[in-house]
Design a protein around this ligand. Structure first.
Ligand code: CIZ
Ligand code: SF4
Length: 367
């Protein structure tokens, strides 16, 4: 942080409406030097200031093509890392609140993944037999691990294409950190049966698996999950269908296998938004993904007589996405106006090069 940076404490009490005005003024003062990227899960007060919105795939492409000096990422930590990796060295990637992480991303760390690789090596040579795939929701060092070991990154939009590519290289896949995206993709997009998948429990020696299980498995799924998407249950779908037999159900692939199997459609946030927007007027939807997105979609589609409702009966938002509030955004932008960079996200050079390799492999196989 620059020596004279404005301290955050004085921004904490600013009202949302004052923030709104000050964000607009700071953006105007910075002009094209700044680009604000907003993930679909961001709250409205922040989301509306994004120059570009999207999922991590779309936003990472945006970051790679941006000319701005400063990329302010309204999302979570791994997204700002990806922006730093894909942007030019002189560009600066910023996360307005450093505590905006992703609990699922934190379920896999390099030490545990390296250990898993060594433990698999007791059964077979992983560098000849296993393609590692990391969901984009992961730290940069795990993307670098995949780059180093012939693997790649996926998002929920391209997970099927990425997995197909992976199987063309080697006969097994190690998929981390989200077991659900891995399982749903392998089953629904590649036709791999559940009996050919095992779950690697990183808290146990050898993932809690026997040598035989490791040898037989096609897909080794890391025992990670997103707690937001675990709130959705098959009973919620049953209840909705009983009340609205004509209604449609759409879920994110981070939701459980049972929920995805019961849904009419399964896909990434981009896919969910597109499918609901393009549906016939008057359609009623039940959606299994983060609440801010679902509420926004409802507001956008209401005028066509569509009803877009949230799958779970309780409010479940991504609490870490929620950390990016208007106060932190004003603080970040006003500091930039003063010439101070706060909360820069910088990935180590060697790690960034390897992570970029894994991201580029992903871009090559994504349509
Ligand atoms: O890829 C993303 O941004 C995430 C985390 C979910 C999605 O489907 O957009
Ligand atoms: Fe991570 Fe889940 Fe939040 Fe997405 S919704 S950022 S996977 S914790």
């Amino acid at each position: 942080m620059a020596v004279n940076a404005l301290a955050y404490q004085t921004f904490d009490d600013i009202s949302d409406s004052e923030c709104e005005q000050r964000i607009l003024s700071a953006k105007a003062a910075l002009g094209e030097r700044v680009v604000i990227l907003g993930h679909h899960y961001q709250r409205d007060e922040v989301f509306r200031h994004a120059d570009f919105s999207g999922d991590s795939l779309k936003l990472s492409r945006q970051a790679a093509n941006s000319e701005a000096d400063y990329i302010v990422f309204c999302g979570v930590h791994f997204m700002a890392e990806v922006a730093d990796i894909l942007s030019r060295p002189e560009q600066v990637s910023i996360l307005p609140d450093l505590s905006a992480g992703c609990a699922m991303a934190d379920m896999a760390n390099l030490a545990n993944v390296e250990r898993a690789w060594q433990e698999i090596a007791k059964v077979l040579d992983p560098d000849s037999h296993v393609t590692p795939i990391t969901y984009i929701n992961s730290a940069a060092d795990l993307k670098a691990f995949c780059g180093r070991h012939g693997g790649l990154v996926c998002t929920s939009t391209n997970a099927g294409q990425v997995m197909e590519w992976a199987f063309k290289q080697r006969e097994k896949v190690l998929f981390f950190p989200d077991q659900h995206l891995g399982r749903n993709t392998a089953f629904s997009k590649l036709g791999i049966s559940l009996s050919e998948m095992v779950v690697w429990d990183f808290s146990q020696p050898n993932g809690g698996l026997s040598k035989e299980q490791i040898k037989k498995a096609k897909v080794i799924l890391w025992k990670g999950f997103c707690s937001v998407h675990q709130m959705f249950k098959p009973e919620h779908i049953d209840r909705f269908r009983a009340m609205y037999p004509e209604g449609k159900v759409i879920s994110h692939p981070e939701a459980s296998f049972e929920v995805c199997q019961k849904s009419d459609y399964v896909g990434s946030t981009e896919y969910i938004i597109k499918t609901v927007r393009e549906s016939a007027p008057g359609t009623r939807w039940q959606v299994g993904t983060e609440l801010n997105l679902v509420n926004r979609l409802h507001e956008q589609c209401e005028h066509e007589g569509k009803v877009v409702e949230f799958m779970a009966p309780t409010v479940c938002m991504c609490s870490t996405m929620f950390r990016i509030d208007p106060q932190h955004l004003v603080w970040t932008l006003e500091n930039l106006v003063e010439g101070n960079v706060v909360n820069r996200i910088k990935v180590d050079k060697t790690e960034a090069e390897l992570a970029k390799l894994a991201l580029e492999r992903m871009f090559e196989v994504s349509i």
